[in-house]
Design a protein around this ligand. Structure first.
Ligand SMILES: Cc1ncc(COP(=O)(O)O)c(C=O)c1O
Length: 397
């Protein structure tokens, strides 16, 4: 089994990735190894275990093959990358990636459609450290973003598609302009995962995933990852190590188990979500569906050019009514759970109110927004559930 063949198709890599023979020891899955202490045969051997090296355990916080295997599999999905660090949540992955590239006095350009806790980290923690954040509209072209660069801009953060409203950015265009100015590029790639968007190959320096979502896939663990281009690997390792970041082997094992079926799950999420999205487009109570794969989506041309697929998360705007009526519609759904996350096997519906958060891209969506995660249930059952709820919506009467 080849672990380093970066030419293989992603579907093959998710099956073979990180399954080194010496880690498997005859089993199909890399076993869970729980430890704090690693015992050595001699003081000399103990000294030689530092600094920690690939494939040789030294101390629990630096991980064992259980965590290394998952990290290696994620690295293999991003051709051209140097390595992957794991973090205890997606939010921790975002904040550690930012800390690895920013210093006091620097300025960060952050996309206005970023996941809300990403903003909070910038507005509270980075600010406290003397790092300024400016927010830019996700609909700006690369040239318009370039016009915002100053001598202090050290980092450009992208999230594509954006949280709640799903604008797709021109990632290769933005990355190329930033690179020419020595500005580090970070991207939250949770929606597409490297199955459908290989960020490092598109010029991004640090590709961030909340593995809590599709990688784990079963709504039963929290985990994040950052995969780095060679130029940004050393700083990422240093920051992650100095901040004592660690992921439990049990969670790493479960995430690796989820990863093995990522391809088939994502393609089913994609098919079912497209069916529901197209159906919603025809409903009189629906004003607009915000889904990157639909022709009228913001940045649809970039999605078509750069992505190999779409996943199960999108929003739609209701015609008429208000936030209260929208919330009652959500309450009346029977097959959709109400919860903050997404990326599991189950469908979810949540209110989406982006304008309260945003500072440089407030838009009138025409009506209240609702975000759906389309899970692995039969899409016709989900449509029937939505049809029943929409029939009671004020604009239907
Ligand atoms: C786009 C995006 N990035 C990051 C995160 C944070 O991940 P976690 O909940 O694992 O901290 C989330 C969580 O919802 C998310 O939606």
């Amino acid at each position: 089994m080849s672990n380093n063949d970066r030419r293989a198709h992603p579907d093959t890599k998710i099956v073979t990735g990180g399954r080194r023979k010496e880690w498997l020891r005859g089993m199909v899955n890399v076993p869970v190894s729980r430890t704090s202490t690693v015992l050595f045969d001699s003081v000399d051997e103990m000294h030689r275990s530092y600094p920690p090296q690939d494939g040789r355990p030294s101390y629990g916080r630096h991980g064992t093959w259980t965590q290394w295997s998952l990290a290696e599999a994620l690295t293999e999905l991003e051709p051209g990358s140097a390595g992957t660090k794991l973090f205890p949540s997606g939010a921790a992955a975002v904040s550690m990636a930012l800390m690895s590239v920013l210093s006091p006095g620097d300025e960060l350009l952050m996309v206005d459609s970023a996941y809300a806790p990403t903003r909070h980290f910038c507005d509270r923690e980075l600010k406290r450290l003397g790092i300024a954040t400016r927010y830019y509209d996700p609909l700006l072209s690369p040239a318009e973003v370039e016009a915002l660069f100053t001598d202090k801009t050290r980092s450009l953060f992208m999230e594509s598609p954006g949280s709640l409203t799903f604008e797709v950015q021109d990632i290769p265009g933005l990355a190329a302009l930033a690179k020419a100015r020595g500005i580090a590029t970070l991207m939250d790639n949770t929606w597409a995962t490297p199955m459908f968007f290989q960020a490092i190959g598109k010029g991004v320096d640090l590709s961030i995933i909340a593995c809590t979502k599709y990688i784990a896939g079963h709504s039963d663990l929290m985990l994040g990852s950052v995969t780095a281009a060679p130029s940004h690997w050393t700083a990422l390792v240093r920051t992650s190590t100095q901040y004592g970041q660690y992921v439990s082997p049990d969670d790493a094992y479960l995430a690796a188990r989820g990863l093995r079926t990522l391809g088939v799950r994502l393609r089913q999420h994609e098919l079912s979500a497209m069916k529901v999205a197209h159906w919603l487009q025809d409903q009189p109570q629906v004003l607009r569906v915000l889904h990157p794969a639909l022709h009228d989506a913001h940045g649809h041309e970039y999605w078509r050019r750069d992505f190999q697929g779409s996943t199960g998360l999108f929003s739609f705007a209701l015609k008429g009514g208000d936030a209260g009526a929208r919330d009652r519609l959500i309450d009346s759904l029977e097959l959709f759970g109400i919860g903050f996350s997404w990326g599991g096997f189950e469908s979810l519906a949540t209110p989406a109110d982006p304008n309260g958060l945003r500072t440089s891209s407030q838009h009138d969506y025409g009506g209240p927004l609702l975000r759906l995660h389309i899970g692995l249930e039969d899409p016709d059952d989900l449509i029937a559930d939505l049809a029943k709820a929409l029939a009671e919506y004020p604009s239907a009467r």
